[in-house]
Design a binder for this molecule. Structure first.
Ligand code: AMP
Ligand code: MG
Length: 281
């Protein structure tokens, strides 16, 4: 499936040029079947990465309110072994967080080797909500694009595979979802007047996101723009993109596992020899 994947800076990129709908040739039934298989594959790849411990994965999820960040996380995490996964949500910074640089709270949630970290919102809020609402002077947030690029490069140099998703919904779909929330007690707890207030700044967020995609896209930390008006397509595409990214490391991880297994076996043989003959039981 084609996905808008930004692997280098592009000063002309415009979010409004990307559709929020699945492509015409995407079929719901087929995607559901693929998704099931992808779940098995993700679990297998996760086991290899866990054993090899040469890499980790950081999945960053950004999107407007009701874009489906939680749903997408549930879908990916549901396929994985929870042993190797942490999910971190970044909301309004606490006092302690505000008394540090903007990457402080982020860096400590970065994944350790072999593991997944999934970010529900991220360091990007510091050039999104902060920019739209003037929460810091431009002289401060304006420097952050470069800091973010350096930070992600640092993670990549240390074996972290960074994948960033923007869940792209239309203004109309957002309205529909926010109104739907009001109708059922099981979703009404999500009601937040702030979501409607943020909606009034739709175009300013679009501009802020455009700048992010233009400046903070790289080969080692690409932005993937996911058409997210249809939940089934969103879930499928996120899972597919993560699997596709991990697949490239499969052979390397297998080789590492083989090498480590061989070293372990040699050590064991050596131990048995030192005990004189094969040690049974
Ligand atoms: P939610 O994800 O809906 O629970 O809301 C979290 C809220 O925290 C959102 O409105 C974000 O814009 C806000 N938020 C996240 N990071 C920051 C930040 N660095 N500065 C200010 N607000 C933030
Ligand atoms: Mg919200």
């Amino acid at each position: 499936m084609p996905i808008t994947r930004l692997t280098k800076p592009d000063s002309k990129f415009r979010l409004d040029d990307v559709s929020t709908d699945p492509p015409d040739d995407a079929a719901k039934q087929e995607a559901a079947e693929r998704l099931k298989k992808l779940g098995d594959e993700l679990l297998e790849l996760q086991e290899l990465m866990w054993g090899a411990r040469t890499h980790s994965i950081l999945i960053v999820l950004q999107g407007r309110d009701a874009a489906g960040k939680d749903g997408a996380i549930k879908n990916v995490v549901g396929a994985l072994n929870p042993r190797g996964v942490t999910v971190s949500s970044f909301g309004v910074p606490t006092k302690e967080e505000r008394e540090h640089d903007f990457l402080w709270r982020i860096h400590r949630q970065a994944p350790r080797a072999g593991e997944f970290a999934i970010f529900n919102r991220s360091h990007y809020e510091d050039v999104l909500v902060v920019r739209v609402h003037d929460l810091a002077p431009k002289s401060l947030w304006g420097e952050r694009y470069d800091h973010i690029n350096d930070f992600e490069e640092l993670l990549a140099e240390h074996g972290t595979i960074v994948i960033k998703f923007f869940l792209h919904i239309s203004k109309k779909e957002q309205e529909k979802r926010l109104l739907e929330r009001e109708e059922s007690p099981s979703t009404a707890w999500k009601l937040n007047v702030n979501d409607w207030k943020e909606r009034d700044h739709w175009d300013e967020y679009t501009e802020a996101y455009d700048e992010v995609f233009r400046r903070c896209s790289s080969k080692h930390a690409p932005w993937c723009i996911v058409p997210a008006d249809a939940k089934w397509y969103r879930n499928f595409l996120v899972a597919e993109t993560v699997a596709e990214t991990m697949r490239e490391y499969r052979d390397d991880w297998l080789k590492t596992l083989e090498r480590n297994g061989k070293a372990g076996r040699e050590e064991l043989d050596e131990y048995r020899r030192s005990k004189g003959g094969r040690h049974k039981g």
